[in-house]
Design a protein around this ligand. Structure first.
Ligand SMILES: Cc1cc2nc3c(=O)[nH]c(=O)nc-3n(C[C@H](O)[C@H](O)[C@H](O)COP(=O)(O)OP(=O)(O)OC[C@H]3O[C@@H](n4cnc5c(N)ncnc54)[C@H](O)[C@@H]3O)c2cc1C
Length: 314
């Protein structure tokens, strides 16, 4: 069984669901270790130990060089552990990080993974979810990005003492690109789209008004998603786009409102556990994959649903 190394840019005592899933997956491998590119508090270290992590590699941040610090931390931790499996988040930054190191170390990268066996066979959905593919690296370390909501979060039964090592990193002052300025985006109270248990998504059918979609999402504690028609129209940010060229989600409940169900949209949501589709066209393709279909005007259905949910919660 290969050893596993998980990478996080940051890790706090309240890890996200996606981070906990990565730790759970790593706990099934030899000597699970974690590399974090920033300081890790004592309370956060306890959380790592509760998932069976035996070693933590950290390094305080260097000069503001785009992505270079994270790359150096993961590379140094990889050389220290000789891990056969590196587990990363499924976001674009981590994918690029994994790809750069896979090239550097003549290894392999597999993204959107939903499970990995002890002999490094990774499972993922392909071609808009039409195929379940098993892939195995033919050479070197496997860098895998894990699709959120793929693994049941489960801390290890016994706490193993966590050893902590501060990495000595090489100087990266000759980097070609530096961050000139960085501004944090205003945080939303809604859950992150890729991690949410419930997603409410709107399409061209909202006709420019995401209010009813957002209101139902807030009644359910859900994230808000969108089709490309809606993001291209500028009705909502491109971060919300679900599908082939957007994010992939697999929540327990996906509510699709005013979305026709094109193949490129389905690619990002059809592995959701339960799909409710609201569309005024009875022939809309989205009904082919819906567990529950409502033929009607979303401007009437969504407010009624939100009101009923709030009434029952009260
Ligand atoms: C290479 C490529 C990549 C793409 N990537 C993506 C992607 O990542 N994600 C994505 O979503 N698309 C993607 N697309 C676009 C995709 O093909 C569709 O054009 C897009 O998904 C359509 O969005 P929509 O369903 O919101 O709009 P439409 O197809 O126009 O459907 C709108 C639906 O709303 C219904 N409707 C209208 N009014 C109401 C109402 N009042 N109440 C209820 N229902 C109503 C209509 O009956 C209709 O079914 C991609 C396309 C290409 C070529």
């Amino acid at each position: 069984m290969p050893s596993a190394l998980v990478f996080f840019s940051e890790f706090s005592e309240a890890p996200s669901k996606a981070q906990r899933e990565l730790l759970t997956l790593a706990s099934g491998f030899e000597n699970p270790a974690v590399a974090v590119a920033s300081e890790v508090s004592a309370a956060a270290q306890e959380v790592l130990a509760s998932y069976g992590v035996v070693k933590l590699y950290t390094a305080s941040s260097q000069a503001q060089v785009f992505g270079q610090h994270e790359l150096s931390v993961l590379d140094a931790a990889l050389q220290a552990t000789g891990a056969g499996l590196v587990l990363l988040a499924n976001d674009n930054f981590s994918r690029e990080l994994g790809a750069r190191l896979a090239v550097r170390h003549n290894g392999a990268i597999i993204t959107d993974v939903i499970g990995i066996t002890g002999d490094l066979v990774a499972t993922k959905d392909e071609l808009a979810g039409s195929y379940s593919v098993q892939a195995k690296p033919t050479n070197g370390t496997l860098f895998a990005t894990l699709k959120p909501n793929s693994i049941e979060d489960a801390p290890a039964a016994a706490n193993i003492p966590l050893a902590v090592e501060e990495l000595a990193l090489e100087d990266s002052s000759d980097a070609k690109v530096r961050i000139a300025a960085a501004e944090a985006k205003a945080a939303s109270d809604r859950p992150a789209l890729t991690e949410a248990r419930v997603v409410v998504a709107g399409g061209r059918g909202v006709n420019g008004d995401f209010g009813p979609v957002e209101d139902l999402a807030d009644a359910l504690g859900a994230a808000v998603g969108a089709s490309r028609a809606a993001t291209d129209a500028g009705w909502i940010s491109h971060d919300a786009q679900i599908g082939q060229t957007g994010v992939t989600v697999a929540p327990q409940l996906y509510i699709s409102a005013g979305i026709s169900g094109a193949i490129q949209q389905k690619a990002g949501m059809q592995t959701s556990k339960f799909i409710i589709a609201i569309n005024k066209d009875v022939d809309a393709p989205v009904f082919e994959i819906a567990d529950l279909g409502i033929v009607g005007d979303l401007a009437k259905v969504l407010p009624q649903a939100a009101e009923e949910i709030r009434r029952r919660k009260a």
